[in-house]
Design a protein around this ligand. Structure first.
Ligand code: BGC
Length: 774
């Protein structure tokens, strides 16, 4: 087969994410301008030439009828429900006739084998089905939601979570996960902020790669790896006003510098598939965007895998007002670069006619078919269609003790200590009676959050109450009262308050487990308020008024506006939705068996009115610092400070860390040089702990304005009490690349500030300045 050429373009064509301080060296530049950054040439294991495969596929495709080809481009759901599998009317005929090439929402070794048999034993060409599923943060053993995992800033832990997910999913007959979701999200109103890695380009790109590595391993043919999907391409997170599926209207520069880099990073890591997004970009729905799907993805980035739609997004091009009917939508999608149609059956029902009437080339159909069949081949399905559907392996794999242990470990690493006044935490040995209060204190169903499709929400999750009870020593009682409700409609009610306050009154410490119900984030879960829903805040105020020490344990998939709590509650721990072992992980942190090390991957606003808000904003021509306090004609609000409640990168520990001033290896470097910045971090407290050391840079003057700070490196270090470690980051000019005034991608000579700090904006010492010369 002739592969898509991996074109190395420089300058205007290169939209690659620049390398990073901790990343591996980029291949040598073939740039036309000395400051332009070439795209990295990725060559995943699965994309290597395989003449045997090419010959096999040539022969197969030559035998296929147009209908059989379109079948391979069709993905349908099995409509699996908890009562058992069902599918749309006539599904058996569809599979047996080869009208379906892939199925999602069907798993277990038994069920996938049954469906596979229908395809292989009944179709003329015996082409096996591909089974996909949303395995997002664990398959059976559920890990913290993706945003929570991102808060660990621990790439090894994140990769491990994806690895375990792949092991469990593949043991249940699955070949393909619709993950990672790599959409940058900067607006907490958007419910899908919970599904990604947060607001930052650099952190998001590294996490995207860790997840792809975890799912795919280094051999797609191994039976315990699955195809990964980079989704949703592209700019889905920029939905206007945070309303899901809403219009996106951003500049080309913002697309390139903010929204595309994590996708490019996934391509570099060898991701096998891409999923389109529901939104439009520059007036064109993503599933009809030749610019995104062909010009960028194929021609500039050299992606060799296949592209699937997000659900019925081809059909949705009609209500978008981009296609006059489904037939046109199908033509626009296939011609733009969509290979597989998920669930909408647009290709199935219209594409043959479009080809026969000459509006779609057979060559384009063959190309899409080949991309899909190639993945089936690489997975080993032509050799043995049932190789992933092995009941004995399934039995031996699910919920392995080591998987549960990994889930607990990632969960505690994901938690962020937001406040700890008077060292309320860790819980003291003197606390003999612990009151757990709040709707999330003993709720199994909420522990695993949204998109935990195959996760058991009824019996397996360990609740906070159960976790604390299991850990509390002899003579310590842990008792529960729900007290409040997170249901929107319960705001103003006080039904459970008396019972909760009575319990608080006779306890030594109150753990208030509050936040959002599990499905208040995720898809189609946007909010215009970020406050604690229901009557939780009212109860929290009353709990604080008892005078008992209160610890707020937040469970939620987005930044909430907890300004009142920050001022009045002594200790706050963000636990996201921590997964199957979440209750134990919360206990590990609250009792101090684990010293919290998470840092926020998103900015927490004080009020929803600050949204969208992110740490790497521009300075504006009237920065607030220019005016005297309270000055009117500067960029600010009349009623709220500009600063967020909690910064991106922020999180406390039970110990403290000191940062030395930064030293630089040189004050000035040339185009081919590099600069090393170092700082010594000391554990100045009396407990061992991990610190996420962060490197920020500001490009002072550019051909276009530049953010006031950008994360360019991070390292998580474990330090014993009193121990000091020097952390070093090396930057090259290309690490500072961006989309310049002429739309080329590259760096610019000039002056830069740099600092090493425990969070964004928190300049631990005076920034140092360096120059890059021409
Ligand atoms: C979501 C995708 C998901 C797909 C399949 C869509 O509604 O946007 O993220 O992978 O459904 O379940």
């Amino acid at each position: 087969m002739i592969k898509t050429a991996r074109i190395l373009l420089a300058g205007a064509a290169a939209m690659a994410l620049a390398g990073c301080a901790t990343a591996q060296a980029q291949p040598a530049a073939t740039a036309t301008s000395p400051t332009a950054v070439p795209i990295a040439q990725a060559e995943p294991e699965w994309a290597r030439p395989d003449p045997k495969m090419d010959a096999f596929l040539d022969e197969l495709i030559a035998k296929m009828t147009l209908q059989e080809k379109i079948g391979q481009l069709t993905l349908l759901t099995s409509n699996w429900e908890s009562t058992g599998p069902t599918m749309r009317e006539g599904y058996k005929q569809d599979i047996a006739a080869g009208r379906v090439g892939a199925i999602f929402n069907a798993y277990t070794a038994k069920y996938t084998r049954e469906l596979q048999q229908m395809a292989v034993e009944n179709t003329r060409l015996k082409i096996p089905l591909l089974f996909g599923y949303d395995v997002i943060h664990g398959h059976r053993t559920i890990f913290p939601i993706s945003l929570g995992e991102a808060a660990s800033w621990d790439l090894e832990a994140i990769e491990k979570s994806a690895r375990v997910s792949a092991q469990e999913a593949s043991a249940e007959g699955l070949h393909w996960t619709f993950s990672p979701m790599v959409d940058i999200a900067r607006d907490a109103r958007w419910g899908r902020i919970s599904e990604g890695a947060g607001e930052d380009v650099f952190l998001g790109s590294r996490i995207a790669q860790a997840r792809v590595r975890g799912y795919q391993g280094d051999d797609l043919g191994a039976i315990d790896t699955v195809l990964a999907t980079a989704k949703h391409f592209a700019a889905y997170g920029a939905a206007q006003a945070g309303r899901d599926y809403h219009t996106v209207d951003i500049s080309e520069r913002t697309l390139r510098d903010v929204y595309l880099p994590p996708f490019k990073a996934a391509v570099d890591e060898g991701v096998a598939t891409f999923m389109t997004s529901f939104n439009e970009y520059d007036g064109v729905p993503a599933s009809g965007s030749k610019y995104l799907l062909t010009d960028v993805l194929r021609h500039k980035w050299g992606f060799d895998g296949f592209v699937v739609t997000d659900y019925t997004s081809i059909n949705e091009m009609v209500p978008h007002g981009y296609s006059k009917d489904l037939a046109q939508a199908g033509e626009q999608a296939i011609n733009a670069g969509v290979d597989m149609d998920m669930q909408g059956a647009v290709y199935m029902e219209n594409l043959a006619k479009s080809v026969e009437e000459g509006r779609v080339d057979m060559a384009r159909i063959d190309q899409a078919v080949r991309r899909i069949l190639e993945m089936k081949y690489r997975l080993g399905l032509f050799e043995d269609p049932y190789r992933y559907s092995d009941e004995a392996r399934q039995e031996a794999t699910l919920y392995k003790p080591e998987f549960l242990e990994a889930a607990r470990d990632v969960a505690r690493k994901s938690m962020v200590l937001l406040k700890n006044e008077g060292d309320v935490l860790p819980l003291s040995a003197q606390a003999k009676s612990i009151a757990v209060i709040g709707p999330l204190g003993d709720s199994k169903t909420d522990m695993i959050g949204s998109w935990s499709a195959a996760g058991d929400r009824k019996t397996r999750p360990v609740t906070i109450l159960e976790g604390l009870q299991a850990r509390a020593g002899e003579g310590v009682t842990v008792t529960y009262a729900k007290g409040a409700s997170y249901a929107f409609e319960d705001e103003g009610k006080t039904d459970g308050f008396a019972e909760a306050l009575a319990l608080a009154g006779k306890s030594d410490v109150v753990i208030a487990a509050m936040g959002e119900r599990w499905d208040m984030t995720g898809e189609a879960a946007s909010r215009t308020s970020l406050d604690l829903p229901g009557n939780q805040r009212a109860l929290l105020e009353k709990l604080v008024a008892t005078g008992k020490p209160v610890v707020l344990v937040l469970l939620s998939g987005r930044p909430n506006t907890i300004t009142w709590a920050n001022e009045n509650v002594p200790a706050i721990l963000h636990a996201w939705y921590p997964g199957t072992q979440g209750g134990q992980a919360v206990a590990d942190v609250l009792f101090g068996d684990y010293n919290p090390s998470g840092k926020l991957p998103v900015t927490f606003p004080r009020t929803v009115g600050q949204s969208p808000i992110h740490y790497d904003m521009k300075n504006t021509g009237r920065p607030i610092e220019l005016g005297a306090p309270g000055a009117k004609y500067v960029s600010r609000y009349l009623n709220t400070p500009n600063d967020p409640l909690y910064r991106f990168g922020y999180g406390l520990s039970y110990t403290t860390f000191g940062y030395s001033p930064v030293t630089l290896s040189a004050a000035s470097i040339g185009p081919n040089g590099s600069i090393t910045a170092s700082a010594t971090i000391t554990n100045t407290g009396d407990r061992a702990g991990e610190e996420v050391v962060q490197l920020y840079v500001r490009d002072l003057v550019g051909s276009v304005t530049r953010p006031v700070q950008e994360l360019k490196g991070f390292e998580k270090v474990m330090l014993q009490p009193g121990e000091a470690r020097t952390v070093r980051f090396t930057l090259r000019p290309e690490d500072l690349a961006f989309t310049r005034a002429d739309m080329s991608h590259g760096w610019e000579p000039g002056e830069f500030q740099l600092w090493i700090a425990p969070s964004s904006g928190a300049k631990a010492s005076t920034p140092v300045t360096f120059t890059i010369t021409e």
